[in-house]
Design a protein around this ligand. Structure first.
Ligand code: 13P
Ligand code: SF4
Length: 304
């Protein structure tokens, strides 16, 4: 394996010669975050994929994110450095599940969290991310809505939009489900001045004891602009690395023990180099499924 500085140099050289760009999610390993041209949450990275003029994208994240970039920008070549970087929540739901829910709730539009397979997006009226789920559900002209696959995000949205009825699927994120309200209470005792900020994929018991419920980039914006100096951050550890780096005067604590998404941590700097160098692994989406999924994703982007 090459040295880190040499890899950084080679990645910079390849990016230039191939006119490529690296997008990375906030949960990526720090080495990978540092080499990215754009770092963000699912919504920001989706938007960025559309805006970019470069035709080669290396997506350091998990598969559904690279797929979303490809669907929104079918003319670009999108590479995922590790094919085994999936999202277990996305894999929990199948097309038959949503067809059954549609049968049970005829006429109810389907809102799908982007952490889902492309085939589910293709069945959907509109997609959402953690950053805009409340806004999408608020604005969709229906009183009854099918919301998949994350039951925790769904319960949070239901709480924020009480005049509508959401029919939820039983999906969840194993990383965020590991965070307990007891941990938060214990951390509050240790750091009484700290604000508790949580991702909406945590359970309702945890959102109940939080000060703010925000997407990963929502959390970044909050900690940067608020006058508070200490934070208990209930989400994946990669985000805390970025927070510490960008806010040197402030203190960030995980929810008792750091929570790690092993899928997000699969991609190393070497993988990013290999991906750029060998142009692997190219993401492809069936054109028909991709066209239907694109409509649901584009509708989501129009909501903001
Ligand atoms: P964000 O869109 O908030 O970054 O979340 C993505 C994700 O996978 C959370 O687990
Ligand atoms: Fe999926 Fe959870 Fe990992 Fe996000 S943190 S990619 S939802 S498993």
């Amino acid at each position: 394996m090459a040295e880190r500085t040499e890899l950084n140099r080679e990645i910079a050289r390849l990016k230039k010669s191939k006119n490529a760009v690296i997008l990375a999610h906030n949960y990526q390993l720090e080495d990978v975050q540092l080499v990215a041209d754009f770092l963000g949450d699912s919504l920001e990275l989706s938007r960025k994929a559309v805006e970019l003029t470069q035709s080669l994208i290396v997506f350091a994240g998990v598969k559904f994110m690279a797929e979303t970039a490809k669907i929104l920008s079918p003319e670009k070549k999108v590479l995922l450095p590790r094919l085994d970087a999936g999202c277990p929540m996305a894999d929990m739901i199948m097309v038959d599940d949503v067809r059954e829910m549609k049968k049970q709730h005829p006429g109810a539009p389907l809102v799908t969290y982007v952490n889902s397979p492309v085939e589910i997006k293709a069945e959907s009226d509109v997609c959402c991310t953690s950053a805009n789920a409340v806004q999408v559900v608020t604005n969709i002209p229906a009183k009854e809505i099918i919301f998949v696959p994350d039951k925790n995000l769904g319960k949070y949205v239901q709480k924020m939009v009480p005049d509508k009825t959401l029919f939820l699927f039983e999906g969840f994120c194993y990383v965020h489900m590991r965070i307990t309200s007891d941990e938060i209470v214990e951390m509050r005792q240790r750091h009484p001045q700290a604000k508790v900020i949580v991702h909406p994929e945590v359970s309702p018991e945890v959102t109940m004891v939080a000060d703010e419920v925000l997407s990963t980039s929502g959390m970044l914006k909050y900690v940067a602009r608020t006058g508070h100096r200490e934070f208990i951050v209930a989400t994946e550890q990669g985000l805390l690395e970025r927070m510490k780096r960008e806010n040197p005067g402030k203190a960030f604590y995980p929810a008792l023990t750091p929570k790690i998404c092993s899928n997000m941590k699969r991609t190393t700097l070497q993988d990013v180099f290999d991906s750029l160098n060998e142009e692997k692994y190219e993401i492809t989406v069936d054109p028909l499924v991709g066209n239907n999924a694109r409509q649901a994703l584009q509708k989501m982007l129009e909501f903001n």
